[in-house]
Design a protein around this ligand. Structure first.
Ligand SMILES: [Ca+2]
Ligand SMILES: [Ca+2]
Ligand SMILES: [Ca+2]
Ligand SMILES: [Ca+2]
Length: 358
């Protein structure tokens, strides 16, 4: 313990050494006016953190007023970093009479030029809309058929970031009403949070998660309708289910829910799924929102009342989609994500397995 305190002291000492001395009168005085925006609106009541590496100054914080403005006065001339990470209440996308509570995040570098007062705008985005692993396509409607076949469902992931990410130990869930209610929870092989790194998803890469990784086209439809999922990257496998097929060449997402004996199949034209980092696999009290990487709610029905938290998805994808139409639901561009599925997704005439439609 003593050693730890000493180490912290040492680190602090070296950090302090990098700073200039405390600002003097010669460094001048600056008034910084910052406006904070989400989408097109100035937002009030948002805590804005301000810090600089040029002086040994404590971090400053102030909250935007009703005009979405925050003012820092009598601070030394320096380049500042801003940081915002907060809950805000914004007009509902689906119902103009109502309000949504969402998490927003934003940061910027502010480099004042000339004058005593400098004005800038900090733009925020909804949390979870930064580049990363996205649920890019949901094929759940079923192929054209008259015998209620919909077992060729798949979900496509896309890495919209510049980094290689790892799916090891992540979870993929079907949600009931709200984040507290997990309907299914299946887990990728490996250990989460970097415990193992055996299942990379490279920048710009797609991964296909099939309910069952076989050729549904040939085995069920004699070469017509449906799709070939024998080359899927992963398949959902419930070992507690008697006859869930297991393609030995395709790694499995395994069921975690005690007593659950079905495969990962979702509503044909309406449901909600998410991918989370696997730090919270205790499904009995829901999934920790901090661990959610991406979440999509969809429904064919415009009257559908949203079930998942606005913070995860403010809209509904797939309105108007028909069962057994062979259509699919895909992001308007690979990885395009505003956490509003009404905007982000479009119905496409047929699934595009592992790539983006034109
Ligand atoms: Ca399966
Ligand atoms: Ca398998
Ligand atoms: Ca998202
Ligand atoms: Ca696709």
């Amino acid at each position: 313990m003593v050693k730890n305190i000493f180490m912290i002291g040492l680190v602090a000492f070296f950090l302090m050494d990098c700073y200039k001395d405390a600002p003097s009168i010669h460094d001048g005085e600056l008034t910084l006016e910052l406006y904070v925006k989400y989408e097109n609106d100035l937002i009030a009541g948002v805590p804005v953190f301000l810090m600089t590496s040029e002086y040994n100054l404590p971090m400053l914080v102030d909250t935007t007023d009703e005009n979405g403005q925050v003012v820092f006065e009598k601070i030394p001339y320096a380049i500042y970093e801003t940081n915002i990470n907060t809950e805000v209440i914004v007009p509902s996308f689906l119902n103009p009479e109502a309000w949504d509570t969402i998490m927003v995040t934003g940061s910027s570098s502010v480099e004042p030029v000339e004058g005593r007062t400098f004005t800038d705008t900090v733009f925020t985005i909804a949390s979870g809309t930064a580049p990363g692993i996205k649920i890019n396509e949901i094929y759940s409607a079923g192929p054209p058929n008259n015998f209620f076949y919909f077992y060729d469902q798949y979900f496509e992931l896309y890495n919209s970031s510049q980094d290689t990410l790892y799916l090891d130990g992540m979870i993929f869930c079907r949600m009931g009403a709200f984040l507290a209610n997990v309907t299914y929870i299946f887990q990728f092989p490996g250990e989460p949070l970097g415990g193992t790194q055996d299942y990379p998803i490279y920048p710009g890469e797609f991964k296909v998660l099939a309910s069952d990784a076989f050729n549904h086209k040939d085995e069920i439809f004699s070469g017509s309708a449906s799709i070939d999922l024998s080359q899927a990257d992963f398949e959902f496998k419930n070992s507690a289910m008697l006859n869930d097929p297991d393609n030995p060449d395709v790694p499995n997402l395994e069921n975690l829910e005690v007593g659950f004996r079905l495969d990962f199949l979702v509503g044909l034209t309406g449901d909600c799924v998410l991918i989370a980092d696997g730090s919270d696999v205790d499904y009995t009290d829901g999934i920790d929102i901090e661990s959610v990487i991406d979440c999509v709610e969809w429904s064919a029905t415009p009257e559908h009342v949203k079930e998942i938290e606005d913070a995860l998805d403010r809209g509904i994808g797939g309105i108007g989609q028909s069962k057994y139409s062979g259509t699919s639901l895909e992001r308007i561009a690979a990885g395009f994500d505003t956490n509003n599925s009404s905007i982000d997704f479009v119905i496409i005439p047929e699934p595009t397995i592992g790539y983006q439609h034109e």
